[in-house]
Design a binder for this molecule. Structure first.
Ligand SMILES: *Cc1c(COP(=O)(O)O)cnc(C)c1O
Length: 388
């Protein structure tokens, strides 16, 4: 039989995470490829989910999400950023940020439309844009002053008459960049000038380091009305398997996204939604602790990678460090990532798979530091001698 896969999804075969995890398992390697924590979220949140399951909270929650969670999300956006959203109609609970991204793109872009994304990009962006029948236009983040940043002229040039959406991820996975207010102003200017909708992926909104401030694009003048903001409990509360996410946006945009979302999953995860509502309201101290601990882990991994001979970029947010492999004598990150589990007993992700212009990212590996200290130390130890 010919490949039964629909034409527009060809080229989106097995994800790199599956391939690298498979290699890691077979080689018994330490997996710093996939970005999930190896410790649990706040105990009271976990307990809350168990209580919900035991006490009959197991049926379909309302389509937009349970009222407690919608109220908690609205309260969090108001308290933290001064952004006011009505829990009834301006907040929509989704199956993780992943469904929020898919539903937003499918609702707001179609055949003939273009969506601007920053590369390296989170892999679901380009796949959902393709699924929508739209086309993505990449703008490359490149090292500049020790961080990955975009060239405003390149962003401007990527926008044309067919552009509908701008997909903005800050704090950024995998580059670790937290966009500055000036960078966001530049994005906002273009959105206003070209009447574009911004979809913002803010799943690492709490996980910023060295005092870097996360500024939601919707807080900039004229942006609330044209921004679909996305976040999720997975990264904030170390519960990536719960898949509880949400969007906040003005009513017409929420209505559009919900029109698609209701036919993807309708609704999900009633007990977890209630537990996350509890966590948003009562576990901010725990989140502050996580942020501090991740910053220390970041530095620990960077020390290890530096000792092994990599050049690293110190991320201001997210779970990931970019490591340049060239000082070790390598040039092809994909080749090295495929060999690394066997060669060094460590798995990482080749950043180039997150680019259209793969040559731009050919010499980086992405390592995750959301792991226990002893796991980071063991990986660092194994990587020593790699360049010999
Ligand atoms: C993890 C991640 C997501 C997915 O979030 P879920 O809530 O697990 O669906 C989306 N965007 C980025 C940038 C991520 O790192």
């Amino acid at each position: 039989m010919d490949d039964p896969l629909v034409q527009r999804m060809r080229g989106f075969g097995t994800t790199i995470f599956a391939e690298m995890t498979d290699l890691a398992v077979r080689a018994g390697a330490i997996n710093l490829g996939q970005g999930f924590p190896d410790t649990d979220g706040p105990p009271a949140m976990l307990e809350r989910a168990v209580e919900e399951i035991r006490s009959g909270g197991n049926q379909y929650p309302p389509g937009p999400g349970v009222p407690e969670l919608r109220a908690a999300v609205a309260a969090q956006r108001a308290a933290r950023y001064g952004l006011e959203y009505d829990p009834d109609g301006e907040v929509l609970v989704t199956v993780g940020a992943t469904e929020a991204i898919a539903a937003a793109v499918l609702a707001l872009a179609g055949p003939g439309d273009e969506v601007v994304v920053f590369e390296p990009y989170y892999d679901s962006y380009t796949a959902t844009i393709a699924l929508a029948g739209a086309t993505h236009r990449p703008v490359t983040l490149r090292p500049h002053g020790g961080r990955f940043a975009f060239d405003p002229a390149e962003l401007r040039a990527a926008i044309g008459p067919a552009t509908r959406l701008l997909l903005v991820n800050s704090p950024h996975n995998p580059a670790g960049t937290v966009f500055t207010r000036a960078e966001l102003e530049c994005i906002a200017d273009l959105c206003r000038e070209h009447d574009l909708i911004a979809v913002t992926d803010e799943v690492y909104e709490y996980l910023t380091f060295d005092g870097a401030e996360h500024v939601p694009l919707a807080t900039l003048p004229g942006m609330r009305e044209r921004t679909v903001a996305i976040s999720s409990a997975g990264k904030t509360f170390s519960a990536t398997g719960w898949k509880v996410g949400w969007i906040t946006a003005p009513r017409p945009l929420v209505r559009a996204v919900q029109t698609v979302k209701q036919f993807l999953t309708y609704t999900a995860s009633a007990p977890y939604q209630r537990a996350v509502a509890h966590a948003l309201e009562h576990e901010q101290d725990w989140v502050a602790g996580l942020r501090g601990s991740l910053q220390t882990k970041r530095d620990r991994l960077i020390d290890g990678l530096t000792a092994a001979g990599f050049t690293t970029y110190r991320p201001q947010g997210s779970y990931f460090v970019q490591a340049d492999i060239r000082p070790l004598g390598f040039t092809d990150g994909l080749e090295l990532a495929r060999a690394l589990p066997e060669k060094a007993g460590v798995a990482a992700v080749p950043t180039q798979v997150f680019y259209d212009r793969q040559a731009e990212g050919a010499h980086y590996l992405r390592f995750a530091f959301c792991k226990r200290d002893e796991v980071i130390d063991a990986a660092a130890h194994r990587l020593r001698g790699l360049g010999l």
